[in-house]
Design a binder for this molecule. Sequence first.
Ligand code: URA
Ligand code: ZN
Length: 365
Amino acid sequence: MASAKSPVVDIHTHVYPPSYIKLLKSRSSIPYIRSFPPSPALRLVILPAEDTESTSRGRPVGPEYYDINKKIEFMDTHSIDISVISLANPWLDWVPAAEAAKAAGRINSEVNEECGKFPGRLFAFGTLPLSGGKDIIVTEIARLKELKYMRGIILGTTGLGKGLDDPELLPIFQALQDAELPIFLHPHYGLPGSVWGERASDYGHVLPLALGFPLETSIGVTRMILSGVFEKVPDLQMILAHSGGTLPFLAGRIESCIEHDAHLKAEGKLGKRRKTVWDILKKNIYLDAVIYGEIGLKAAIQASGEDRVMFGTDHPFFPPLDEEGGKWLSVETNYEAIKSALGSGSEEAKGALGGNAIRVLNLRV
Ligand code: URA
Ligand code: ZN
């Protein structure tokens, strides 16, 4: 365990609670879990890009995906004091409308109960019944606010099916702002398969995970910015996965494209009341530190501020390919990036490792 003075908090760490695993095992289209004979081993297939004959489908799925004791074991191995767990993608996006309310209620309560088994060590981001319609979603937001360990919600980029610039989402963003529940924005769908070309399956999962995921997040949040969400719901708080995708790096270019756009000017959208991408990065956005490199992390820190960046692991994804047990390279790389970018033991590094998350997400029981 890390010393009591500088707790380490992992804000990007997933679970599929047992009832969600049961749902996945009952399905034959993505997302699903099944074996591929002759191997009896179960595999989790969730990404559109990994559901092909030509790649090794999905990934092996063991108890690290659903057993909360494994999460605690992982935390202990990596000196993580507190984890803010979230349902992994693709959440409840695919659930039929009539089942959405019940599924979200059950899964959110189950995750909250799992947190209660380790008081003070586990908190959570809840999941919204997105297919259920506005009233059901807003009702679940109110319920999440009352659940002891819930500290926000995890959201993909499709929203109600039309993306995050959909005006129908505004009452939901408003409800989240009013409940002071931040959105943890996380990718899932990536980019259309045609972008990766004919040889994509030769490259395993690299292209969709390394590039598809971050671009999806960047596009999702840029569409929110362009549609004026942050002027209409000015205190909405978001935590962007993977250090904002490419947003810190591209913010200047996005700003320049906005300022030089004749259509936006003609529509009167370039006035003084417009919040710039830079304003939004500093007032509405937090960034996780799941970027695996000093340069990317420095861009995140410069864009949003060292008090708005938070350590994460993406567990149980990116396990070591060979050795069993011991420390994970993916986690160590993120620790190293924080140390190099902010200085080992500095107040800023302590903030990024845990202090910022404790303050922003109120992680005290
Ligand atoms: N990390 C995630 O959170 N989800 C994936 O599907 C892969 C990596
Ligand atoms: Zn993740």
